[in-house]
Design a protein around this ligand. Structure first.
Ligand SMILES: [Zn+2]
Ligand SMILES: [Zn+2]
Length: 264
């Protein structure tokens, strides 16, 4: 299919110039990400830093197919704020769901517990988690490196009438160069039938980014049932809204697709 947005679940890499790898979530895109690492590393084992929004299946399902996990010498640090993080990863590789258990993986895998609101430093990167409204809780991450800031915020429902939470999210997005945002639904769905389903919309993404002075909004975590035309429609609507409500600073709006690369 041409012009397809693709169908992989969440897996977003940040290239920082450091020899280590940085990635948010281990959705089905982790398989291709692993192939990319193996091709690039050659014989050298990699060090991979993973940041987990939460452990819903679409966010961990790629890990059993993540090639570097099978390579001895590889180091994988899985960062997250949920106490069930390690349990969830082990569970999906337990019988009868998968033939290779966690113990059989070649890589050294370490789980690193982070706390919401507390900056954490790893390999030249500063990262601050943010608690989000989602079933079982989810966490967004704000990354700062070399004067650039990236916010990864998926599986998060926003109720703008909740002023305390909105202020916290606006501070979290403040002046970000890039905001990768859960825009699973249209606004009409998000405030009617799909209210409290734990996801957000293109319109709320524009509003929050404008309040925060963010520079580039990427609509992410598309509804799997949506056609390419529906995603293009959501992008068009978001861009139109941004034009109509633009303040001093324009907000660039894009829609994520498999393999999308953005230079900062
Ligand atoms: Zn979820
Ligand atoms: Zn999800």
């Amino acid at each position: 299919m041409s012009h397809s947005f693709g169908g992989h679940t969440s897996c977003v890499e940040f290239e920082t110039g450091h020899a280590e790898y940085f990635v948010c979530d281990m959705g089905s895109g982790a398989r291709a990400f692993g192939e990319h690492i193996l091709a690039r590393q050659g014989e050298r084992p990699a060090t991979v830093n993973v940041f987990m929004s939460h452990v819903h299946w679409d966010h961990i399902m790629g890990f059993p197919f993540f090639g570097p996990a099978y390579v001895p010498g590889t180091r994988i640090r899985i960062h997250g704020c949920h106490d069930i993080l390690e349990h969830a990863f082990r569970l999906q590789q337990s019988p009868p769901c998968f033939p290779v258990s966690f113990e059989q993986l070649g890589a050294t895998i370490e789980f690193v517990r982070l706390a919401a609101g507390k900056p954490f430093h790893v390999s030249g990167l500063s990262v601050t988690p943010q608690l989000q409204r989602h079933s079982g809780d989810s966490y967004g991450y704000r990354f700062e490196i070399g004067g650039r800031s990236i916010v990864y915020t998926t599986d998060s429902e926003h109720k703008l009438e909740d002023r305390v939470q909105t202020a916290a999210i606006v501070a979290f997005f403040r002046d970000a160069d890039l905001v990768i945002f859960d825009a699973m639904y249209s606004l009409a769905e998000a405030i009617s039938v799909k209210e409290d389903w734990g996801h957000s919309s293109n319109v709320v993404g524009v509003e929050l980014c404008q309040m925060a002075g963010a520079k580039h909004l990427v609509l992410f975590h598309h509804e799997p049932a949506n056609s390419d035309a529906a995603i293009e429609g959501a992008l068009r609507d978001a861009r139109r809204l941004e034009e109509l409500t633009r303040g001093a600073q324009p907000l660039r709006v894009s829609a994520a697709h498999d393999g999308l690369e953005i230079d900062l």
